[in-house]
Every structure is written in structure tokens, then in C-alpha cells.
Design a protein around this ligand. Structure first.
Ligand SMILES: [Zn+2]
Length: 97
């Protein structure tokens, strides 16, 4: 489903003004201080090489789509000392309300 499909579907069924906003949080601690993490694809045309085959010259970067989140991280779990990804990152938040 594309973004256009999502937005047109949303306008077909406007949310009721009194409907509560859905709330999601960290599956570990329930915090709602969640950040989406995305990887932005950037590629550079290589314009020059050194004798060993290492690129030494680059053209203008080309950017891929970076508008989808790869994962999420909980800032509260990070503040509590999470070091490994497994301690603060997750693929899907849990619904709180
Ligand atoms: Zn957390």
C-alpha cells in the first residue's frame, strides 16, 4: 500500500473528534518516549581512483527513500543504560491504549 492510498483511505473515514488517539510504547518498559530509526540510502558516483583501487574522488550524492522506519528505539531504556540493541531497540511498539 502506498502513502497515497493511506491518506485517501484516512480522508474517506475521518476520525471522530472524540475518539482517543491510539497510544503505543516500548514493549520492554511501556515508555512512550519512542524514536523511529531509519537508514537513509546515499550513493556517490566515484570519479577517481588511486593506484590501489580505493576511491578518491566523488560526485554529487544520490539519496534514496528514507521515509520508512527500519526500527524503533526507546529513549527511556537508553537512559537506563541500554547498550546493546536488544536492550533499547525493537521492531514494533506495543499498543498501550
Ligand atoms: Zn523502554
Amino acid at each position: 500500500m502506498t502513502r497515497d492510498n493511506v491518506s485517501s483511505a484516512a480522508s474517506d473515514y475521518p476520525a471522530r473528534a472524540d475518539a482517543p488517539e491510539p497510544r503505543f510504547g516500548c514493549p520492554r518498559c511501556g515508555s512512550e518516549d519512542i524514536h523511529g530509526v531509519s537508514t537513509t540510502y546515499v550513493s556517490y558516483p566515484i570519479t577517481a581512483w588511486d593506484e590501489d583501487g580505493m576511491p578518491v574522488g566523488f560526485g554529487n550524492p544520490e539519496y534514496g527513500d528514507g521515509d520508512e522506519f527500519d526500527t524503533y528505539e526507546c529513549r527511556d531504556c537508553l537512559r537506563k543504560g541500554g547498550v546493546d540493541l536488544a536492550e533499547f531497540a525493537f521492531l514494533q511498539p506495543v499498543r498501550l491504549a
